[in-house]
Design a protein around this ligand. Sequence first.
Ligand code: NAP
Length: 322
Amino acid sequence: MKKKILMTRRLHDFAMKELQKRYQVVVHDGKIPMPKKLLLQKIADVDGLVCFPYDVIDGEVIESARNLTVISTYSVGYDHIDLQAARRRKIRIGYTPSVLTDATADLTVALILDVMRRVTEGDRLIRAGRWSVIFGPHDYVGSDLHGKTLGIFGIGRIGQAVARRAAPFGMNVIYHSRTRLSKKIEIQLGVKYVGFGELIRDSDILSIHVPYRSDTHEIIDKKVFRMMKRGAFLINTARGKIVNEVDLVRALKSKTIAGAALDVFGSEPIGRDHPLTKMENVVLAPHIGSSSEETRRKMAEITLDNLVLGLGGKKMVYSVDV
Ligand code: NAP
């Protein structure tokens, strides 16, 4: 008998075909994210799960999945999955690191350029019919990137890819991470290791690339904003809950920091009434870090391979060490 899998959303056609050939596939085509009640009901008898970062796969969901042996998430982040519960049940977890590193680093640079050179703000101005005069020398000015200090918080795959992109812009790059890089890699990347406090105090642009876990929960809060330079920008393409959003809104309103560019939020999606949508010095992206045609296809390939290998009792392409 074919194994049964649940997909909380459809993947690319090539992946769907392959999965449908191998398994009995239950696809959720309704509201995203799949409502919890429905998830609990549908997951009860499946062997495998394909999920996305917005699906909360908590202890209750895992406990209700009697036959589940493999979770394959279409993401590098796995903070939406209860790892302890998975460990207890010996459920293996596949994820998609590396293939999305460049796309996410590209978006990070796009956000830095956008917020510092006020591109989206200018776009809004034109669309609102408010570009009525040619700007004078002091009107509508942004900030140069060259000569600025980019502070990278978390120098893993994406953090390093951002550092590589910063050099051609003439930026000075400092970083703080749990584990310090080797001297050789620091020299190759042209980055300098600093303590957390120094990173916060010295960065003109603070870019977050740590994973979301209990030790990074709202680590960027009012204390941090007060330590930052008044002209500094915060960039977040990691996870929303790493930043205390209420404190961020206050810091932006009071001009404690100059601006922010965000791809991720405490709770997604955010609506048009969210306070961040009311601010000119903020660039908002709808969680599109990995969202390029090429990258999304590669992610689908790995998500598929991880599931197939995992259900076949083989080593996955990338698995989370639970
Ligand atoms: P990674 O290679 O695991 O890098 C994470 C880095 O953060 C590692 O160097 C890690 O240090 C460091 N770190 C972990 N906890 C820390 C702490 N408490 N303090 C300081 N440093 C800490 O992960 P990645 O592939 O670069 O991805 C980073 C995150 O980006 C993901 O977890 C995901 O949430 C997010 N992401 C978002 C999007 C998007 O669409 N916006 C796309 C892709 C990824 P160690 O080496 O010591 O563990």
